[in-house]
Design a protein. Structure first.
Length: 371
C-alpha cells in the first residue's frame, strides 16, 4: 500500500461526495491488490442500491452514466453483503443467471464485498474483485480492518461537503436575482473595454455546450445556472493580456504563451471582491487544470478541481479546437473529439466526456449551433 495515497486522502479538501467515495474506493482496491472495485449507496427504505462509483479500472473500459438504481432483489451478489450484514466472498466466481452484474462492464473472476454502517444501519456496500489469487481469510481480515480505519474519515469529509452545500443553498435563497445581478455588475465594471472579439464569442459557445452537458448529467437547475454564468466569463482574465498577444497572427513566442497562461489568475483577481452562490472564481481559475496535474495555473489534480471547471475544460477544448484563432487554423471537430477521448480519465473527467459524447452522438451539430 502506497502510504502517500492514504496521506493525500486524509489531507485533501473535496468538492463532491463522489470524489470522496472515488478515492476511498481506489484506496481499498489498491490495498487489497484487486483489479476492480465498486462503491454503492444503499437506500434501506426503498431497498434500492444506487450505483455511485466504479473504480477507474472499470471506468477505463466502459461508458458511464452518473448513477443507476437496482432493487435489492435484482442486484445479485452486489447485495449479498447487505442481506447478510457481513462480508461475503465469491472465489472462482461463475455466473449462474445472477442479475445485476452488468457483465458488459467487466468479467468477474472473484469477488469480496463489505457492508458499511452508520448508527447500526447498512448505508453502503464496497466491493473489490479480480485479485490474482483467491481472497483468503487473512486477506479478508486485513481489508476489513483497513476499511474500518478509513470509513469514519469518509463520513467526516462527506459531512463537511453537506455543510458546505447547505450554506450554498442558504446563500442562494438569501441572494435574490437583484443581488446576483449587482455582483455581476461589479465584475463587468472591471472589463468595460472589450478588446478581443474571439474571446467574447468563444465564451458564449462554451457556455452553450456546458449547458447541454449539464442537462445530460442531470445537474440541479441552480447548478446549471451557475455553470452557465461561470462559463460565460471563464476567459475574462484575458482582458488583462496585451491585445498584441491575443490578436497576433502566427505562432506565439514562449514568453508570450506563458503570459497568455496567466489569464486564469487574472480572472480570479477581477472577481476577488465579489460573492456568488456558485464557485465562480473556481470555475475561472481552474478551467485549465487537468486531472493528472498537468494543467495550470496551480497544477491541481482530480478531486481538487470543481465539477463546473471540469465541464468547462471539456467544452473549452472542443470549441477552441473547432474554431480558428489568430495564430493558427482550427484543427477541427474530428481532432477535438480525438483529443477528448484520448484524454478521458487522464486529463478530462470520465463522466463529463461521456456526457459530451452522448450529446454529440445524438446531434453532431449541437456544438456548432450556439444559442
Amino acid at each position: 500500500m502506497d502510504v502517500s495515497l492514504l496521506q493525500a486522502f486524509e489531507h485533501r479538501d473535496y468538492y463532491t461526495m463522489r470524489g470522496v467515495y472515488q478515492d476511498f474506493l481506489e484506496l481499498v482496491v489498491n490495498f487489497s491488490d484487486s483489479e476492480i472495485g465498486y462503491f454503492h449507496l444503499y437506500e434501506e427504505a426503498k431497498e434500492t442500491l444506487k450505483v455511485t462509483v466504479w473504480s477507474k479500472s472499470v471506468l477505463d473500459n466502459c461508458s458511464t452514466t452518473i448513477e443507476s438504481h437496482y432493487s435489492l432483489s435484482e442486484a445479485g451478489i452486489w447485495t449479498d453483503a447487505i442481506r447478510e450484514r457481513h462480508w461475503v466472498v465469491h472465489n472462482q466466481y461463475t455466473p449462474k443467471g445472477t442479475k445485476g452484474l452488468l457483465e458488459e462492464h467487466f468479467e468477474l473472476r472473484n469477488h469480496l464485498a463489505f457492508p458499511l454502517f452508520i448508527a447500526g444501519k447498512v448505508v453502503a456496500v464496497i466491493g473489490v474483485g479480480n485479485k490474482s489469487t483467491d481472497y483468503q481469510d487473512d486477506d479478508i481480515r486485513k481489508i476489513c480492518h483497513f476499511i474500518d480505519s478509513i470509513w469514519q474519515k469518509v463520513g467526516h469529509k462527506v459531512n463537511r461537503i453537506r455543510a458546505r452545500e447547505q450554506l450554498i443553498e442558504a446563500e442562494f435563497l438569501q441572494q435574490g436575482p437583484q443581488q446576483i445581478l449587482l455582483e455581476m455588475l461589479k465584475a463587468i465594471s472591471h472589463t468595460l473595454e472589450l478588446r478581443d472579439p474571439y474571446t467574447a464569442d468563444h465564451q458564449k459557445h462554451v457556455a452553450y455546450i456546458c449547458t447541454e452537458i449539464a442537462k445530460e448529467l442531470h445537474l440541479e437547475e441552480k447548478v446549471c445556472l451557475g455553470l452557465y454564468v461561470g462559463a460565460l466569463i471563464h476567459d475574462i482574465g484575458k482582458m488583462l493580456i496585451p491585445s498584441s498577444i491575443l490578436t497576433k497572427p502566427g505562432t506565439l513566442f514562449e514568453e508570450e504563451l506563458l503570459l497568455l497562461k496567466t489569464h486564469p489568475r487574472h480572472g480570479v483577481e477581477i472577481f476577488r471582491d465579489t460573492h456568488f452562490p456558485w464557485p465562480i472564481k473556481d470555475m475561472i481559475g481552474q478551467h485549465h487544470e487537468r486531472l493528472d496535474g498537468s494543467g495550470y495555473p496551480k497544477g491541481l489534480t482530480e478531486h481538487e478541481i470543481c465539477l463546473e471547471a471540469k465541464i468547462i475544460a471539456v467544452a473549452d477544448t472542443f470549441d477552441a479546437m473547432s474554431n480558428n484563432r489568430p495564430y493558427r487554423v482550427a484543427p477541427g471537430k474530428k481532432k477535438a473529439i480525438e483529443v477528448l477521448m484520448q484524454g478521458r480519465g487522464i486529463v478530462y473527467d470520465h463522466y463529463v466526456v461521456d456526457a459530451f459524447m452522448r450529446c454529440y452522438e445524438r446531434d453532431p451539430t449541437f456544438a456548432g449551433c450556439y444559442g
